[in-house]
Ligand binder design. Structure first.
Ligand code: HEM
Length: 337
């Protein structure tokens, strides 16, 4: 039996019975939540409640449950003090398994009779795993076997540290021909064997001091590389004469300058010959004639005009024009520029 102070404290903390609270509806709601015992106790503290209940007993003629709602107001579900509190489901393994409890007590409301939980209670335990998943048996490790067989040490071979694919590619095969060493029968190479490297662009090895950078520096030096004092009106016969070959008519038999026409202008190729990445022979193929077709066939991306600007000889004119206008060559070129 709790002491009287317990009920006094309880009434103090409940908002419905707080001295400052006078809301009867919240009081009734509280009674539903707290429970029957506390609700009855609280009802005793309300003035006139018991008397109203006695009056209703006489009216109805039976022992109906007392209703603490004011007389005259229709009873609502919230104002019913005897409302059944929601059943709290409870489940205990002992009561579910013990046979004597089943006979004495009614079956629990949870789980439902036809529910999966009920069905699972009578289920058998799962079968053991199939033999396919049985882990391999380890040999029993006795103290003597542990002493006699030390654990395997990691190998010091570095190829073992690599992944399997990389190690396999680095290993030299034990049998068969060595890779990239020729046919199996011929294992030795003569020292005189020369290996030709593929050079699809036919570039040549330029002599020292004749790199493209050297040529650029020579062009910037503002030297006159054309070989002529002034710009000329070059006739086709003059162009053909300057083909870079030896002059058999002269006493010295020196090489003639190599001129080539490109887009109507004539350039002196001679100073560029040792600088040409394709070799002197290739460049001389255009000497003494039009070089457009040949040039475009090999490397149309090369800027002829920029590279041979300082080698400009003049413009290409017809045979008649060159002979007729012998003195007006420079002015014609200036008009063109
Ligand atoms: C017209 C006759 C010419 C022929 C037959 C010829 C031929 C060649 C060949 C075979 C190559 C090496 C292959 C390549 O680089 O693609 C080459 C490279 C080259 N030639 Fe010519 N060439 C000619 C004229 C010229 C002229 C007039 C110039 C300068 C204006 C020149 C400048 C170059 C340059 C700069 C390269 C190197 C190209 C590169 O590295 O991409 N060539 N030439």
């Amino acid at each position: 039996q709790p002491p009287a102070s317990y009920f006094m404290l309880l009434q103090w903390f409940r908002p419905s019975t707080h001295p400052l609270a006078g809301d009867s509806q919240s009081e009734d709601r509280d009674s539903n939540l707290i429970g029957e015992e506390h609700g009855d106790q609280r009802r005793k503290s309300v003035d006139g409640c018991e008397k109203q209940a006695e009056d209703r007993k006489h009216i109805t003629g039976g022992d109906s449950t007392p209703i603490d709602s004011p007389v005259g107001t229709p009873p609502s579900p919230q104002t019913t003090p005897k409302a059944i509190p929601p059943t709290v489901p409870s489940f205990s393994l002992e009561s579910a398994n013990s046979s004597e409890d089943e006979g004495d007590l009614p079956p629990p409301s949870f789980p439902a009779p036809n529910s999966v939980q009920r069905a699972g209670a009578s289920m058998k335990p799962p079968p053991p795993p199939s033999p396919a998943f049985v882990p391999p048996k380890q040999p029993p490790s006795t103290p003597s076997s542990r002493l006699m067989a030390p654990p395997p040490r990691p190998s010091t071979n570095r190829t073992n540290l690599l992944p399997p694919s990389s190690a396999a590619s680095l290993r030299v095969p034990a049998t068969g021909p060595l890779p990239n060493r020729g046919p199996p029968g011929k294992t030795t190479l003569s020292p005189s064997t020369s290996v030709k490297t593929a050079n699809p662009r036919n570039k040549v090895l330029l002599t020292p001091g004749h790199s493209p950078l050297d040529w650029a520096a020579l062009q910037k030096s503002s030297q006159n590389l054309s070989g002529v004092p002034t710009l000329l009106r070059v006739t086709p016969s003059q162009l053909a004469h300057h083909n870079g070959r030896r002059d058999r008519t002269s006493a010295t038999k020196a090489k003639k300058p190599a001129w080539s026409a490109w887009r109507g202008k004539v350039y002196n190729l001679t100073p560029y010959l040792p600088f040409h990445p394709g070799g002197e022979g290739e460049l001389l193929r255009a000497a003494g004639k039009h070089g457009d077709a040949l040039f475009n066939e090999v490397h149309p991306w090369v800027n002829w005009e920029n590279m041979l600007g300082s080698c400009l000889v003049g413009i290409l004119v017809a045979e008649e024009e060159g002979e007729a206008e012998g003195e007006g060559r420079v002015s014609a070129l200036e008009e063109m520029d």
